[in-house]
Design a protein around this ligand. Structure first.
Ligand code: SAM
Length: 283
């Protein structure tokens, strides 16, 4: 069954503000794979679980048309409101019934014709999907010779600033560990580097890369905002709002003291590891 964790409008706004796009290393690996396996498949890319469009944007340079889909209407609204190239669109489908329900696009029921998609991508979202149903859709909508790219960043991030990177990372991880107590059971897919998701991909021509590192430029405010945008923080806020409200300001204070920095806008680097599953449907 689909899991809906990113529904709130406030959460979607925080998400748009603080979630970062895929870094250079991840983008280069995906683009090189496309060039190798499907150089002439350049018509349609679909980004499933697109959120507010973090991973959708870079596909616009390679494909004539890029469509972002998501199960959360709030996320799609944020994506639509943000500036983006003219060949990107974000899809809201409506199912009219009685009483009328507005339904966005679940990954398990994609609104694309059989064999019509050149690239099906999904960034940091597939662990929320019903994997079996999603893979049936991957197989159905991809055109013969088309590719799939499914990635996530993992939870072992680190912070880098001058000579205090180790201490900053420790402070960050203490807060992260607090939050992870509230994480959904589906986080197991991330902890297992998407092993089960890789195994479920129904193409023999596939690979899983688990050591893609990107250095994301950030600020202290960005690190705090990133944690605020994480789904376990939203659960923490519901379960124990008092404790949740003090966790991030406490972390921010410790980070700034350790850095000897006066402002939460002080830049630092956020290093992330990505896992990426790449696959090619037989032509
Ligand atoms: C962690 S966010 C990732 C967003 C974006 N792709 C990124 O790279 O930051 C996960 C997204 O998956 C969406 N999602 C969760 N379950 C879904 C499903 N079954 N079908 C489609 N989207 C889903 C959520 O609404 C959310 O926007």
């Amino acid at each position: 069954m689909a899991t809906q964790m990113f529904e709130g409008t406030q959460h979607a706004a925080v998400y748009l503000k603080y979630r970062f796009a895929p870094g250079k290393e991840l983008k280069d690996i995906i683009l090189a794979y496309l060039q190798e396996k499907a150089p002439s498949c350049t018509q349609l890319a679909v980004d499933v679980g697109c959120g507010s469009g973090q991973g959708t944007a870079f596909l616009a340079d390679r494909f004539a048309k890029v469509v972002g889909t998501d199960i959360s209407q709030a996320q799609i609204q944020e994506a639509k409101a943000a500036p983006s190239p003219p060949n990107i669109s974000y899809l809201i489908t409506r199912c009219y019934s009685s009483p009328p329900i507005c339904r966005v696009c679940p990954a398990e029921e994609l609104p694309f014709e059989d064999g019509s998609v050149d690239l099906l991508a999904s960034f940091t979202a597939a662990h929320w999907f019903d994997i079996g149903k999603f893979m049936n859709e991957v197989k159905r909508v991809l055109r013969p010779g088309g590719c799939v790219a499914i990635s996530t960043y993992t939870i072992d991030m680190s912070l880098h600033y001058r000579d205090c990177s180790e201490k900053l990372t420790q402070i960050f991880r203490e807060a992260w560990d607090q939050l992870l107590k509230y994480s959904h059971s589906r986080i197991k897919h991330v902890l297992e580097d998407y092993k089960e998701i890789f195994e479920a991909l129904p193409f023999p021509d596939k690979k899983r890369i688990t050591n893609i590192y990107d250095k994301i430029p950030m600020t202290v405010a960005g690190v705090v905002g990133y944690l605020e945008s994480a789904s376990p923080y939203q659960v923490f806020m519901k379960n124990d709002p008092e404790a949740a409200k003090t966790l991030l300001p406490g972390m921010e204070k410790r980070l700034l003291e350790t850095m000897g920095a006066p402002s939460r806008d002080t830049p630092l680097e956020f290093w992330v590891r990505h896992v990426c599953i790449l696959g090619h449907k037989e032509a």
